[in-house]
Design a protein around this ligand. Sequence first.
Ligand code: ADP
Ligand code: ZN
Length: 357
Amino acid sequence: MKIVEVGLGERSYPIIVKTGLLDEIGTELQERKLAKRYIVIADDKVATIYFERLCNSLAGKGIKFELLTFPSGEESKNLATIADLSSSLAQYGVDRKDCLIALGGGVTGDITGFAAAIYMRGISFVQIPTTLLAQVDSSVGGKTGVDLPEGKNLVGSFYQPKAVFIDNSVLATLPSGELLNGLAEVIKYGVIYDRNFFELLANKQQQILHLDERSIEEVIVRCCSIKAAVVAADEKESNLRRILNYGHTLGHAVEAASNFSIPHGMAVAMGMVAANKIAVAKSLLSLHEAERIKNIIAGFGLPVAIPSELDRSLMKSYLKTDKKALAGKPFFVLPTCIGQVTITDDVTEELIDAAFN
Ligand code: ADP
Ligand code: ZN
């Protein structure tokens, strides 16, 4: 068992990583005495695969719980789901002494965290992330929220869980595309923060792709430690936390221009390669290091080129309206070497065009 502490003063919490942890949640919750009753929230697919194990673990310790489900998929990440869940919580008589459990991927974590943030002006919640993306990224840092028809993640709140429980063995049932999605964020951490971690990824590529227990556990722990350090230094993304957007400024434009048919991780992979081109053109990054990053991205089976059929002018218009752009000027996180980045909004149209092609 490895524990990563997210240091946020009174709102600090542990991330516990262990193979098989799902079967020990009852013990963990009993020791932590977080609530008198727990409400498990899961999408229907994850509930079918994993609720029984969680149920046995909770029941084994005499813990009271209920289950609420919603249909799996990003389409559920909206205010209607929040309204439905909140009504169900009220019907079950849930109050501030109870605690929500998010069992699932990033969608479940975002929905559950947001419901916890606003139901009765805030009740506790814990996370059991079941996708690699959620385990290394979305379950750490306290971003919660839902999409609007006008855009993704437009309504939400920073709201920290009481604990995060990560069982890497649940990745065995994850569709391979979902694993790749998470791997893009994993590579991101190496490039923005930790050269040694990047080298580990390069050396252990095969073990990681085959979900070798020790390798994947180490990857998760290292990613969570990096994200925890970044978030602890800048919880609300005013400064350092922006480095986590490496590959995302251009990646979001790719996602949006594809009408979200290109999954997040794939788009981020393309976005990282495009950002590196800008960094090389601005003489910030050596061509050699850019090639190494591109090779590792490709080596994990992620795409490195933006599909030629995507409309370039549409992508550029999304860049300007990006939620994080300031006065229509997007910022770019650009590597200066593997393990270090700089942030700039000083990127010309021509450089952007070249990066997209
Ligand atoms: P993300 O974590 O990428 O934001 P979701 O929460 O939408 O995404 O999860 C992606 C898909 O994978 C959903 O259909 C979800 O039901 C499914 N899923 C999540 N975790 C697992 C798992 N461990 N095994 C199998 N399917 C899973
Ligand atoms: Zn991301």
